[in-house]
Design a protein around this ligand. Structure first.
Ligand SMILES: C[S@@+](CC[C@H](N)C(=O)[O-])C[C@H]1O[C@@H](n2cnc3c(N)ncnc32)[C@H](O)[C@@H]1O
Length: 350
């Protein structure tokens, strides 16, 4: 294992992770890693099973996080065969919802995959559920898709809130917004407030994450020699051909960027795989073992581990309150009623 994740706190809460990808969300829950000289402590979670149907993503997961990950097509699974856990995680596929995807929504081939999570809730009754998707989901069909998903989740016996989190507010130098669906089993109370931003109005610019890599062209930092040499499109000013700007956060790292990954803020080339991993807050010890194309896709698909860690700390506190017999108060602001200013991550850096 590349990340030092073996030591788990005693009495850890069990977690089942669906659509786990290369493990960005799971790494945040586990904690126990360093990112840019900041230590993110090990949290009291133990992922007992992680599933994804992408063999290469699972290989990356197993290489870096642990052997509990399996290649599974979740459309074909009998959820009763999954283990029960305290926490269910699921970054259910977002391609059909993303602004850069085909926008087929719930009618798309992957639009219904969130129902695997609903089935798991009905069967195994986890205490807390955390699902993740793109903010654009909230804008589709005037919010109808989001309402349908939340209604289905709540119909399984849970109270849900939906948070829109902006990665730079948590010290991540990348313009990335994500929806977090936070659910608590109805007999246990209501979702708490979202994690408090650590860097509101103090966003860290791209060079904060990348400056020490300028001049590193070899594998002395793993994945730093991997980058695309594709030239800029001659017309259209295509997405992915932007140059980052010193002093600002980076553009969003897209999962479907193919070779069109944004350019460096100082050097005349596109970002390397390691630089993209850095902007997603993966520790340098987290290794991506495939071609640049596949590595970039895994990185772009991930929840930034640091962002996930902030969410995980709220989950840990919530579970502790439940254990202590405290009824969770209703959160003061229920975010489900869609904000009109939701932005899609592929838009612009601020
Ligand atoms: C947004 S990514 C999840 C990223 C992950 N949460 C992370 O933080 O790294 C969605 C994942 O769903 C997976 N997926 C899509 N359809 C699937 C299916 N039918 N069965 C299992 N996994 C599937 C994809 O391979 C992809 O890794």
């Amino acid at each position: 294992m590349s990340c030092n994740l073996e030591k788990r706190p005693k009495n850890a809460y069990s977690v089942v992770s669906l659509f786990a990808g290369c493990g960005g969300l799971d790494l945040g829950f586990l904690g126990g890693f360093n990112y840019l000289d900041v230590s993110y402590e090990a949290l009291q979670f133990r992922v007992i099973e992680a599933h994804d149907f992408n063999e290469k993503a699972i290989e990356t997961y197993r290489l870096n996080i642990g052997e509990h990950a399996a290649v599974t097509d979740l459309t074909a699974i009998d959820v009763a065969r999954l283990p029960s856990a305290d926490v269910l995680l699921g970054g259910f596929p977002c391609q059909d919802f993303s602004s850069s995807g085909k926008k087929q929504g719930l009618n798309g081939s992957r639009g219904q995959l969130y129902t695997v999570m609903t089935d798991y809730m009905r069967t195994h009754r986890p205490k807390v559920v955390v699902a993740e998707n793109v903010p654009h989901l909230a804008r589709l069909a005037d919010g109808e898709y989001l309402r349908t998903i939340v209604n289905d989740f709540e119909g399984a016996g849970y109270n849900f809130d939906v948070w829109e989190l902006y990665a730079p507010d948590y010290g991540i130098s990348q313009s990335r917004r994500r929806l977090i669906f936070f659910g608590i089993r109805k007999d246990l109370g209501y979702p708490p407030a979202p994690p408090k931003p650590t860097h509101a109005n103090q966003h860290l610019p791209i060079e904060h994450a990348l400056h020490d890599l300028v001049g590193v062209e070899d594998e002395s930092v793993t994945n730093q020699s991997q980058y695309f040499v594709a030239t800029r499109a001659t017309s259209g000013g295509g997405q992915g051909d932007h140059s980052n700007v010193r002093g600002k956060v980076a553009y969003c790292i897209r999962a479907n960027a193919k070779a069109r990954i944004q350019f460096h803020y100082e050097l005349d080339r596109r970002l390397t795989v390691r630089e993209c991993a850095r902007l997603q807050s993966f520790p340098d010890q987290f290794v991506f073992p495939f071609s640049a194309m596949i590595n970039m896709e895994q990185i772009g698909n991930a929840v930034p581990p640091v962002l996930a860690h902030h969410v995980a700390k709220v989950v840990a506190k919530t579970l502790q309150s439940i254990d202590d017999g405290l009824v969770l108060p209703s959160s003061s602001c229920r975010n489900i009623n869609l904000q009109s200013d939701l932005f899609e991550c592929a838009a612009h850096a601020v």
